[in-house]
Design a protein around this ligand. Sequence first.
Ligand SMILES: CC(C)(COP(=O)(O)OP(=O)(O)OC[C@H]1O[C@@H](n2cnc3c(N)ncnc32)[C@H](O)[C@@H]1OP(=O)(O)O)[C@@H](O)C(=O)NCCC(=O)NCCS
Length: 196
Amino acid sequence: MWITLVENFHISPVKLSELEAIEKRVMGESGINSYTLQPFAHYAKIFTIELTPGRPERCEGGGEILETESLTQNGGAVPPGDNTGIIVSPAFDIDGRRKVYGAAEFIRSFSDLGHVHLFGFYVDEVLRSSGAASWFLNRCENSLKRGHSICSIDLSVAEDNLRAVAFYRKNGYSVLESVKDYYGSGRDRLIMNKKI
Ligand SMILES: CC(C)(COP(=O)(O)OP(=O)(O)OC[C@H]1O[C@@H](n2cnc3c(N)ncnc32)[C@H](O)[C@@H]1OP(=O)(O)O)[C@@H](O)C(=O)NCCC(=O)NCCS
């Protein structure tokens, strides 16, 4: 199994529907649909994490492969050069009908071109606790830094999303402030940031 980081540009219809489906399932009411995903890909930045049984040669969904690595299933022999550190359940089998298993959506600031807001970030349930989310976030950060001169990232997260808050903390994000009613009445958010 191969894990791949893709930078998306114009997203193909097949990939748009894959992304819509995973957004709806994983992000619920804060998920976005094709009408936002496509302009995001054109004018902001969407990275996806994709899984394939074999090494992907090219990107069919309208993106560029930035990185791809072989992924060892739990209990399997570690192939030479495997350094992802990602451990997936041996019971997990790739769903042949789709490739997208997570997305990271960034908006660049108008007032500070070195700054981005991480608007949405998620991985599929099958990749939780595997190390894939940290692999993904770390590679997005590296790409933004090297390819686009980004040096700081902020994000907002629900205070009661303890898993996500712990995830961002362990990846070097700190809490800046807590904003009441950030997304409307009762939807308070923590603002976190990181210098990269
Ligand atoms: C947020 C997300 C990307 C993190 O990926 P993940 O694979 O679940 O993250 P990890 O397992 O690497 O890290 C989560 C950490 O939180 C900890 N954790 C889990 N549940 C927790 C809880 N209830 N309270 C506190 N910490 C918790 C885990 O132990 C782990 O820390 P550790 O590695 O030190 O043990 C993923 O959970 C996800 O896609 N969630 C749904 C979408 C979402 O909430 N996105 C963020 C919106 S801003």
